[in-house]
Design a protein around this ligand. Structure first.
Ligand code: BES
Ligand code: MN
Ligand code: ZN
Length: 499
């Protein structure tokens, strides 16, 4: 879909979108459209339950007096609550309201809203951003879809009196959307297409944006002593990989310590010898979601030339049963030197992260490290599909993540940690075991990770509940959500970039 900006003027043909505030107050353009259509809009509002509340929409078809095919009214709620996020949602509604109507083009009449928290240019840019985010569709393997079942919309125009400034403001937002889309692509791909080597290849595409990308194979990881990560991948015929991405955007201050992001990249999680039940196992194609977010985040940061030094490290493995697979009872030695008794081969993500985290901290001495992982089913029991679980040794990092999460609507909820939970990992045979039992399953998983982190400020985001969505949301169509890309981009923008 092509997104463009132009000056505010009433369109005379095609489809138009205009805004209404709570209580039914029409924007200036909506009022002008109402006049041009001899009062069709106000009559339609009267004949419906549309009140201009946030998220309400009303379609008016072929209004007399104008050549317009359709006018879509979108409710914005109260003016004082209208912020950038609200405009993103409005863009999402505009797209969704027209995408499948057979229309190929629409114009959004993005009037400035008196009393709103956003200026006209920012509002217009965020409408475009929201529409772009909502328009994502993973359809490359659908070969027999009928034309009238596919989205028809090709051109999305935002009309604003500040169109030049809006176009400029949209620039970096489009780069974030590029990152989000890459992540959504990666988690949507089937596991016969995306496995460690091919996922590493996709990450290597970031070199085009100036990201330095290094791929370590099994021989190199063996030399580094990554017995925890390698143990998980040993049952697969696919070679495990570790991908290290570096974006040095801090310019003259390029010796400055980087911020670091680490992702779990289990390209398929069968559970291994501790095999998962068959029903729903296909979901485990997105067990590489954390790595997908780290790759998409690096794309967003590099794409918008963020003034920060950032490293992204992803541990890529396929967890398969097989003649050479890891067994319950095996003891492995991690890169940190700590030994781990494997009691359940399905608790594999923490093993991958143990080595990826240790490597990242030892090699880069980052300011902080945030890891993302679809780590436990238990976090879905705790928090459902609304919040990611956050576990951390740093109050400051938690505060910053919570605030960034609210800004971009990717919310995180801090969970407790402590010695009592750590003790649940005590092993009879090794330094620790890889499971802590059913109680507090997400917490013991986090305690396990903490043993590989040391004193570096660290946060672990358990994204098992938020990586894949079964329902459309205003700016997130169902499927891969890319939860984490916008959150961590915002974290960086808020605190770690020099203006
Ligand atoms: N990848 C799963 C966690 C998961 C479950 C992600 C559902 C997304 C949706 C992880 O590797 C796993 O299998 N965890 C086990 C841990 C247990 C064996 C201690 C779990 O949650 O059951
Ligand atoms: Mn597992
Ligand atoms: Zn897993």
């Amino acid at each position: 879909m092509k997104i463009s900006f132009a000056n505010l003027a009433l369109p005379t043909t095609g489809a138009a979108v205009a805004f209404v505030l709570e209580g039914g107050k029409l924007s200036a353009s909506a009022a002008a459209l109402d006049k041009a259509t001899k009062g069709a809009l106000r009559r339609a509002i009267k004949a419906s339950r549309f009140k201009g509340k946030r998220g309400q929409t009303l379609s008016v078809l072929a209004p007399a007096g104008a050549k317009l095919d359709r006018i879509l009214l979108i409710g914005l709620g109260k003016a004082k609550d209208v912020d950038a996020k609200a405009m993103q949602r409005a863009g999402g509604y505009a797209y969704a309201g027209l995408a499948n109507t057979g229309r190929t083009a629409l114009s959004v009449l993005a009037d400035g809203i008196e009393g709103a928290k956003v200026k006209p240019a920012e509002a217009a840019a965020n409408i475009a951003y929201g529409a772009r985010l909502r328009s994502y569709r993973f359809d490359k393997y659908r070969t027999q879809e009928k034309a009238d079942a596919k989205p028809s919309l090709r051109t999305f125009k935002v009309l604003s009196k500040a169109s030049a400034a809006a176009r400029r403001a949209y620039g970096p937002l489009a780069k974030i959307a590029d990152g989000v889309e890459m992540t959504r692509d990666l988690v949507s791909e089937p596991p016969n297409v995306i496995y460690p080597a091919t996922l590493a290849k996709r990450a290597q595409e970031l070199t085009k944006l100036g990201v330095k990308v290094q791929v370590l194979g099994e021989a190199q990881m063996k030399r580094l002593g990554m017995g925890a990560l390698l143990g998980v991948g040993q049952g697969s015929i696919r070679e495990s990989k570790l991908v290290v991405m570096q974006w040095n955007g801090a310019g003259a201050r390029s010796t400055e310590k980087p911020v670091a992001f680490v992702g779990k990249g289990v390209t398929f999680d069968t559970g291994g010898i501790s095999l998962k039940p068959g029903a729903g196992m296909e979901d485990m194609k997105w067990d590489m979601g954390g790595s997908g977010v780290v790759i998409g985040l690096m794309k967003a940061l590099a794409g918008r030339k963020a003034k920060v030094n950032a490293v992204g490290v992803v541990g890529l493995v396929e967890n398969m049963p097989g003649g050479n697979a890891q067994r319950p009872g095996d003891i492995v030695t991690s890169m940190s030197g700590q030994t781990i008794e494997i009691l359940n081969t399905d608790a594999e993500g923490r093993l991958v992260l143990a080595d990826a985290l240790h490597y990242t901290i030892e090699k880069f001495a980052p300011k902080f490290v945030v890891d993302l992982a679809t780590l436990t089913g238990a976090i879905i029991i705790s928090l459902g599909n609304e919040y990611a679980g956050m576990f951390s040794n740093s109050d400051q990092l938690c505060d910053r993540l919570s605030k960034a999460g609210k800004q971009v609507d990717e919310k995180v909820w801090r969970m407790p940690m402590g010695d009592a939970y750590d003790k649940m990992l005590k092993s009879e045979a090794a330094d620790m075991q890889n499971i802590g039992g059913r109680a507090g399953g997400s917490i013991t998983a986090a305690q396990f990770l903490k043993r590989f982190v040391g004193k570096t400020p660290w946060a672990h985001l358990d994204i098992a509940g938020v990586t894949w969505s079964k329902n459309d949301a205003p700016t997130v169509p169902k499927g891969g959500t890319a939860f984490g890309v916008r959150l961590l981009n915002q974290l960086v923008a808020n605190h770690y970039e020099k203006k």
